[in-house]
Design a protein around this ligand. Structure first.
Ligand SMILES: O=C(O)CC[C@@H](O)C(=O)O
Ligand SMILES: [Zn+2]
Length: 543
């Protein structure tokens, strides 16, 4: 039995003996301790509190090898768009004076994705400040048959945010104004280029939170989040952007401004057009402003970081967690031992718990600290005594919460320091969420450096990542279409939350029937008849 804890003591629980569920070892661990008690967290505190690194290719060291051009690595042919001329540059200069960028060094950062896996060769980057400027640009490009690559924070995982060839880059970076915030409803209206972390700070100062949170928050733009229907770490609690986005302003391919920037919770007048643009990855229109519902900031947040002896225990802990924590459960994330190895090795973070085959991060968010602490204590008591969990730590203060979250949020960053990364973002039946990982380890053998599984278990979303020293076509052949076929057999999704972008556009058919693909092509043709918006992305190339 874990001793009953008065709420304030939950910050640092007492030292206790925990028997390993498999009976192999007995560990002496600190769950957390009452103030002043010795803490096993102290050795790692100093190393894990550094701010999350912004995902930006501009921070790449000059010595980093040049990324191979997308057109050289992948079989893709340039579509017959016009090529930007001196006259076009002069026309852009009239629309966005002083904000037409042609400097190759500046362009380099916008031509390469942050994972450094794809590279376009755009010769011009435009930085509009208003939707009217975006409308002028698109009207002009539409007339001239010039292709356009809308770009937010360039933090995408599937090559959707950079040009494939010489598309004009249309950056939302200067469209970063908050338009309004209503403190009764919690409705935020802002321009598309606002950085997620800045919006979070803005609404938190007013007693609210953004309904989404991502590892890339320091760089990603809200417009890009909506365009890719980003999921992230708060999905379990607040759901998809399809529910929290109340309205959008979108500029269509021909320059028409579609003002559906409603702030209404309920509105059944006709088709809900904004839904078409959420997750369309800039292929149907350019999102220029967003109206989004922000929930009240929870008054009490706890994070438990636990070690589990096997994946079956991770699943059972989830079931126990839902039963005992109920409405205060706000995140249930998992990572395997190889992920922990990568973050400790490449990022120098220290693990706060004893080495385990799996780790789970559980967050609770509620309105009364005492109530939440009591529930969490009952839950921990149960999972510990039943052997589902063999070790763990709990935090309530901001700094320690962030440090625990960093272990999970920074796995992507650790992976990209390990070598070339093959990424799969799958929705699968929760019970089978991890099966593919050991299967692939056996299949790939020493050809892969690491095969890791982690993700948003509470949402049925696995991030399966494989690393190798450098890009290897034969390793790619061993992975694809195997991973997609495996996923399709489980009736899963080949892209749970990252979108399809350039890299996954050919695999849409594994998760959607031909009739759905055809309708998507028809919608694309209707909204963007010349195909100038983010070409080569999302939909498979047409024969
Ligand atoms: O890098 C990945 O595979 C996942 C990135 C992100 O969606 C996360 O949940 O950390
Ligand atoms: Zn994710």
């Amino acid at each position: 039995m874990v001793p009953h804890l008065v709420p304030r003591q939950l910050v640092w629980l007492c030292r206790r003996q925990v028997a390993c569920a498999r009976g192999a070892s007995v560990q002496h661990r600190t769950w957390a301790g009452v103030s002043g008690a010795p803490s096993l967290l102290s050795p790692w505190r100093a190393t894990v509190t550094s701010p999350l690194v912004c995902r930006s290719s501009s921070s790449t060291p000059p010595s980093a090898p040049k990324v191979v051009l997308t057109q050289e690595r992948y079989p893709v042919t340039r579509l017959p768009f016009s090529v930007v001329s001196e006259d076009d540059l002069a026309a852009f200069e009239r629309i966005v004076p002083g904000r037409v960028i042609t400097d190759p060094e500046v362009l380099e950062a916008s031509n390469v994705d942050w994972l450094r896996t794809v590279r376009g060769c755009s010769k011009v980057l435009l930085r509009p400040r208003t939707s009217q400027e975006v409308a002028h640009i698109l009207r002009y490009c539409h007339e001239r048959n010039l292709a356009v690559n809308p770009q937010g924070g360039n933090t995408g995982m599937v090559g959707g945010s950079v040009p494939v060839f010489d598309e004009i880059i249309l950056s939302t970076a200067l469209m970063n104004e908050v338009i309004s915030f209503h403190s009764v409803s919690g409705t935020l209206v802002c321009q598309a280029g606002c950085v997620l972390e800045e919006l979070s700070r803005y609404v938190e100062e007013r007693g609210f939170v953004m309904p989404l949170d991502l590892g890339a928050k320091g760089s990603c733009h809200i417009g890009g989040n909506v365009a890719t229907n980003a999921g992230g770490l708060r999905f379990l609690r607040y759901g998809s952007l399809h529910g929290t986005v109340l309205g959008l302003e979108v500029v269509l391919a021909d320059g028409t401004v579609l003002n559906c920037l409603s702030s209404l919770r309920k509105d059944n007048t006709g088709y809900d057009l904004k839904q078409l643009f959420i997750g369309s990855e800039g292929t149907l229109g350019v999102i220029t402003a967003v109206s989004i519902q922000c929930p009240p900031k929870p008054r009490a947040v706890n994070v438990a970081f636990l070690g589990c002896p096997g994946f079956a225990e991770v699943l059972q802990t989830f079931t126990t967690c839902k039963g005992l924590l109920g409405e205060i459960l706000s995140a249930y994330e998992f990572m395997d031992a190889e992920c922990m190895w990568l973050v400790t090795r490449h990022l120098r973070l220290a693990s706060p718990v004893q080495e385990s085959p799996f780790y789970v991060l559980i967050e609770t968010s509620g309105s009364r600290a005492g109530h939440d602490a009591e529930k969490l204590s009952d839950f921990l008591d149960q999972v510990l005594s039943s052997g589902l969990v063999t070790d763990g730590t709990v935090a309530t203060d901001q700094m320690k919460l962030k440090a625990l979250w960093a272990l999970r949020e920074r796995i992507s960053e650790a992976l990209s320091r390990d070598g070339y990364v093959y990424k799969y973002d799958l929705s699968l039946p929760t019970e089978r969420l991890y099966d593919l990982v050991p299967d692939l380890r056996a299949r790939l053998g020493s050809r892969a450096k690491h095969v890791v599984g982690y993700g948003h278990l509470g949402d049925g979303n696995l991030h399966l990542n494989v690393t190798s020293e450098a890009f290897s076509p034969s390793l790619l052949d061993a992975l694809e279409p195997y991973v997609y076929e495996w996923t399709a057999r489980q009736r899963g999704s080949v892209s749970a939350e990252h979108g399809l972008g350039f890299k996954k556009r050919g695999v849409l058919g594994y998760s959607k029937p031909p009739e759905a693909l055809r309708l998507m092509q028809q919608l694309k043709a209707l909204l963007d008849p010349k195909g100038i918006l983010n070409p080569y992305k999302t939909l498979p190339a047409q024969a």
